[in-house]
Design a protein around this ligand. Structure first.
Ligand code: HEM
Length: 441
């Protein structure tokens, strides 16, 4: 594969997987979208977001020019979709009890031209059905669903907000000439959670920023193996280890910028998906797009390309369950970034090369990379324990609710969090290579 040029994968030497200089404005034609995006948090908090979407005209994506305009449109619409679905809380109008569910069952056309004005989407029943579909779930109105589908097709992304929307394309510098530091950054589109939401997105962004040298090092490492250049490979792996350690340092900023209770009680909801989610078992109907409800996993940094590239480079083989989930997450990344992972995957295998070289310095730096990555994953587990497990227990205790272990264990992407994360961290450690150099045991 000829993907040796970072730019071919929208991976830049300077910005890694982050979108370079995201736009924060769209052409005037898209004013109805931008007006909502600018006031998104207030509209959600006053529960007026759905009304605003119902009044939105159906716009055509043809007026969008170039990759950055498309990414901004996708970021704006993704936020609107999450806001629309979760405006009324996690059970907002979806979890119906048997009687109410029976009453609300209606045979309707999901592809109808009818407009839903001011109705709770669960109740929205057009008058003249054409195709009969049993709807017991939510309906995303076509003025949002249709352009969202078009822009998602154009960018090769699923019909839900992903890491690339929430983080990679959602940042701007306050002082354009200033550095990429948290003080000099803000998001372009926000969700409820105030400074904590800003902190959540921007710290995640800074972890990606810290990973930029690692992306360069991966390219260098692949090329060095191809050209049998051991010395350059050692330097590339040193750079990679250093970059992974910097990612961990950036990760620590969560403690300063994100309150775990705000994360748990407010932010987490807007990242939730409608796949394996008991609050939305029926999925979501995208009016004018699909007559059947569709199911998508929520936003998660499991959709961050760099970790997948590390695993491919270092030859880490996750257990089938974990691997299934992680492979699915690749469908939630920009296709060009997946192209980068595939390029690493298809390159000559690094662990085999390291063993073949029988060089102590090379073996040692390879193992240091494995251990840095395992430690990064262990730190991430501590974050998840604080921000999901412990904060969840506290939230339930405050409400005098019984803690349901099954629900505690479910992550934004619907996985069994701790079991999954520990398995991924442990298989990562198992990637350590043993000395095979005679007399060097
Ligand atoms: C408050 C902060 C965070 C929380 C609560 C959190 C939570 C989770 C959860 C629940 C999962 C399991 C998969 C899922 O259900 O989606 C997960 C996976 C993952 N997260 Fe996070 N996460 C946080 C921050 C981050 C950040 C900043 C990164 C890196 C940029 C990251 C990288 C990953 C990766 C790579 C996985 C997949 C497992 C792996 O490869 O080790 N997370 N995270």
């Amino acid at each position: 594969m000829e993907k040796q040029n970072l730019a071919d994968c929208y991976v830049s030497e300077e910005h890694g997987f982050i979108l370079q200089d995201p736009l924060d404005k769209l052409p005037d034609y898209y004013k109805p979208w931008m007006d909502i995006a600018e006031h998104l948090t207030v509209l959600i908090e006053t529960k007026k977001l759905r009304d605003a979407v119902h009044q939105m005209p159906e716009l055509d994506i043809q007026q969008l020019k170039g990759h950055r305009q498309k990414r901004l449109a996708r970021t704006v619409l993704s936020h609107m979709v999450m806001a629309y679905v979760w405006q009324n809380g996690e059970t907002g109008g979806v979890k119906l009890n048997a009687n109410r569910r029976e009453k609300r069952r209606s045979w309707i056309s999901a592809a109808t031209e009818e407009k839903y004005t001011g109705l709770d989407p669960v109740n929205a029943v057009p008058h003249r059905p054409s195709v009969q579909v049993l709807v017991v779930g939510k309906v995303l109105p076509r003025a949002l669903a249709v352009p969202y589908h078009q822009i998602s097709l154009a960018l090769g992304l699923p019909l839900i907000m992903v890491h690339a929307d929430l983080v990679l394309a959602n940042w701007k510098k306050k002082d354009p000439l200033g550095p990429l530091t948290i003080e000099n950054l803000s998001t372009i589109v926000s969700l409820p959670g105030g400074d904590n939401l800003q902190g959540f997105v921007l710290v995640t962004l800074l972890v990606e920023v810290a990973a930029i040298p690692a992306a360069r090092a991966i390219i260098q490492a692949v090329k060095s193996v191809e050209s049998d250049d051991k010395q350059t490979l050692i330097i590339a792996l040193q750079d990679m280890e250093c970059s992974i350690n910097k990612m961990k340092e950036a990760f620590h900023l969560f403690y300063d910028y994100v309150d775990s209770d705000v994360f748990y009680s407010t932010i987490r909801l807007f990242l939730s998906g409608w796949k394996d989610n008991p609050n939305m078992p029926e999925g979501l109907i995208y009016e004018g797009v699909s007559e059947k409800p569709l199911h998508f996993s929520g936003g998660s940094a499991a959709q961050s390309t760099i970790y997948h590239a590390f695993d491919e480079l270092l030859g880490i083989q996750h257990r089938p369950d974990s691997s299934d989930f992680l492979l699915k997450m690749r469908h939630y990344m920009p296709p060009a970034h997946v192209g980068f992972i595939k390029w690493v995957q298809e390159a000559p295998k690094l662990p085999a090369y390291v063993l073949k070289c029988e060089d102590t310095a090379l073996l040692s730096i390879f193992n240091q990379c494995i251990s840095a990555l395992s430690e990064l994953r262990s730190f991430h587990i501590r974050i998840v324990s604080k921000y999901v497990t412990t904060a969840g227990i506290r939230a339930r205790m405050k409400k005098n609710e019984v803690v349901n272990h099954e629900e505690q264990e479910r992550g934004t992407g619907g996985s069994h969090v701790m079991t999954f994360l520990k398995s991924v961290r442990d298989t990562c450690k198992e990637g350590t290579l043993k000395h095979s150099i005679p007399g060097d045991h």
